[in-house]
Design a protein around this ligand. Structure first.
Ligand code: ADE
Length: 223
């Protein structure tokens, strides 16, 4: 999979994408991540990328041209499955969406800043808008990082133990059971005895029960 991220703040991705599992996915050649600085596509001598909103009002709007020039450059090289705009009014990210996106080959993610991007880009170039939650961030960068992480870890070969992605919370109907590691007694808090029993049938039953309980609590909290 190839992901191209369009942003005014490329530095925000440096640490995040070059650590841990995302780094390994790139080193293994499973994923290519390319960060594009939209300022490099500005046609103006001051490298401006934003301007006042027509009709007035507070806040600057990201201009269409730098974004579209970058999209055009990328689309001339390969075809993209989705051109995604990260936006609080987009479709809410969930596991089903992450699963579907993880099957794609080429994705563009556009990170907005300020008051947003010129609506014409959204109307004529963007194929999908994703929100990572019902709150407003200062820009789409964190959202693009979240979406990238959620989808890249699902690509076969990225996680060393692939079954662990399949047993994730939200992957099936149920949330994950609680997990414990050494020591057995941490400051007087003891690991559930069944997990130390070596009886795998009992352990599976316990985990299933815990998953049911947790899922039920989660559902009630949502209602
Ligand atoms: N940009 C600003 N807030 C956002 C959100 N909640 N999701 C996606 N992109 C955003």
């Amino acid at each position: 999979m190839r992901v191209d991220i369009l942003t005014l703040f490329p530095g925000m991705f440096e640490g995040f994408l070059n650590q841990s599992i995302l780094k390994r996915a790139q080193t293994k050649g499973i994923v290519e991540l390319h960060i594009h600085d939209l300022r490099n596509y500005s046609q103006d001598k001051h490298k401006n990328v934003d301007d006042y909103a027509f009709g007035g009002g507070a806040g600057m709007v990201m201009m269409a041209e730098p974004i579209v020039l970058c999209i055009e450059e990328l689309c001339a090289e390969r075809s993209y499955d989705e051109i995604i705009f990260m936006s609080p009014d987009g479709e809410l990210l969930n596991q089903a969406m992450a699963n579907q996106l993880s099957l794609k080959n080429n994705l563009i993610m556009i990170c907005g800043r300020y008051k947003g991007i010129d609506q014409r880009v959204r109307d004529h170039w963007v194929s999908m808008e994703i929100s990572i939650g019902e709150y407003v961030l200062t820009g789409g960068e964190l959202a693009a990082a979240v979406v990238s992480d959620a989808i890249i870890r699902l690509i076969p070969g990225v996680l060393s133990d692939e079954s662990s992605a399949l047993s994730d919370s939200f992957q099936g109907e149920l949330l994950d059971a609680p997990v414990y590691t050494r020591p057995e007694n941490f400051r007087g808090h003891i690991v559930p005895e069944v997990l130390l029993s070596g009886d795998h049938k009992k352990i599976d039953e316990w985990r299933y029960e815990q998953s049911l309980k947790k899922s039920e609590r989660h559902k009630q909290a949502e209602e």
